[in-house]
Design a protein around this ligand. Structure first.
Ligand code: HEC
Length: 299
């Protein structure tokens, strides 16, 4: 029976770790890197982004459509002035696991953009309103124009939340696989957007490597109007746009987690069945062996 209890203990530990990760409670609190206020953008000289609470964290995480819709608004009204989002199509905004817009809403957003198309019969390129099948266009005609304006090219945002990370250091990086910490990219983006803590220098950021960033502080309180009553603060904007960028980078996250859980249930049932089968098969052999043993004549 020792196998059984070992298995049980391992399963118990896994569930414990998983629930700690999904609620972001026990371990998140224990692992908070900035002791003075996890939400605070500036605390210590060590600029390690604090871990935030996200609806999509943990084994049962899901995107919050209202948050993604607010993030989309921040992207459209602020970030899209400089950053492209090349891999997101307007029809993707209708995803029920994502922003969950109606077709009419997604179409209205698409039509607000001008898309370069052509050539037409006269051989000329032309502009037309966007369609659901179009992708978000970039405000700049090419990288050179953007670099000339800012001294650096604003990176495409489609995969940014997955492309950025930071060193968590020992011993956290050993723990991360177990607590399923996969939100390093969004935590970094949130920290970056709330890290403009030098009033005299709009290009100084607490969390940007080297601190000097070519992007001037893009957010300010009240800059984007929210219709759903969410606070119009830099913190809230940063949270919402970070969540939106996570969705852009991993639109299948919810599906992946759903399938992952089913696979784990399947494996657990399968392992239990295999164990029972193993006992049944070996029981016969075991009895036979002990009978043979007993059958030996006493010395
Ligand atoms: C005025 C133009 C401009 C706006 C508006 C802007 N950015 Fe940027 N952004 C830049 C530039 C330029 C860079 C490149 C910075 C560098 O490499 O120094 C950048 C870089 C970034 C990076 C990458 C930082 C890194 O680690 O390399 C992130 C993340 C980012 N921006 C997020 C945002 C978000 C979110 C918004 C909207 C709230 C936004 N930006 C709005 C110009 C802009």
């Amino acid at each position: 029976m020792s196998h059984c209890s070992l298995f049980g203990r391992a399963l118990g530990l896994a569930i414990l770790l998983a629930s700690a990760a999904s609620t972001g409670s026990a371990f998140a609190a224990g692992a908070s890197e900035t002791p003075s206020g996890a939400q605070g953008p500036h605390a210590l000289a060590i600029d390690i982004p604090a871990r935030q609470v996200w609806s999509f964290a943990g084994p049962f995480g899901k995107y919050d459509p209202a948050q993604l819709q607010r993030g989309l608004k921040v992207y459209r009204e602020v970030c899209s002035n400089c950053h492209s989002l090349k891999m997101v199509a307007f029809r993707d905004l209708m995803s029920p696991d994502g922003p969950n817009l109606t077709e009419a809403e997604a179409r209205a957003i698409a039509e607000a953009y001008k898309i370069k198309d052509g050539p037409n019969d006269a051989g000329e390129m032309f502009e037309r309103p966007g369609r659901l099948s179009d992708y978000f266009p970039w405000a700049f005609p090419n990288e050179q124009t953007a670099r000339a304006a800012f001294g650096a090219v604003p990176p495409d945002m489609s995969l940014l939340a997955k492309a950025r990370t930071y060193e968590r250091g020992f011993p956290l990086f050993l723990l991360d696989p177990f607590i399923q910490y996969q939100e390093r990219g969004v935590d970094y983006i949130y920290a970056l957007l709330t890290g403009y803590t030098n009033d005299k220098d709009p290009n100084w950021d607490e969390y940007f490597p080297g601190h000097k960033i070519a992007m001037p502080n893009p957010l300010s309180d009240g800059a984007v109007d929210y219709a759903d009553g969410a606070p119009k603060t830099v913190q809230q904007y940063a949270k919402d746009i970070s969540a939106f960028l996570m969705w852009a980078a991993e639109p299948k996250l919810v599906e992946r987690k759903r399938i992952g859980f089913r696979v784990l249930v399947y494996l657990a049932v399968f392992a239990a069945l295999l164990y029972l089968v193993k006992r049944k098969i070996w029981a016969r052999l075991h009895n036979g062996a002990s009978e043979a043993h007993r059958a030996q004549p006493p010395a």
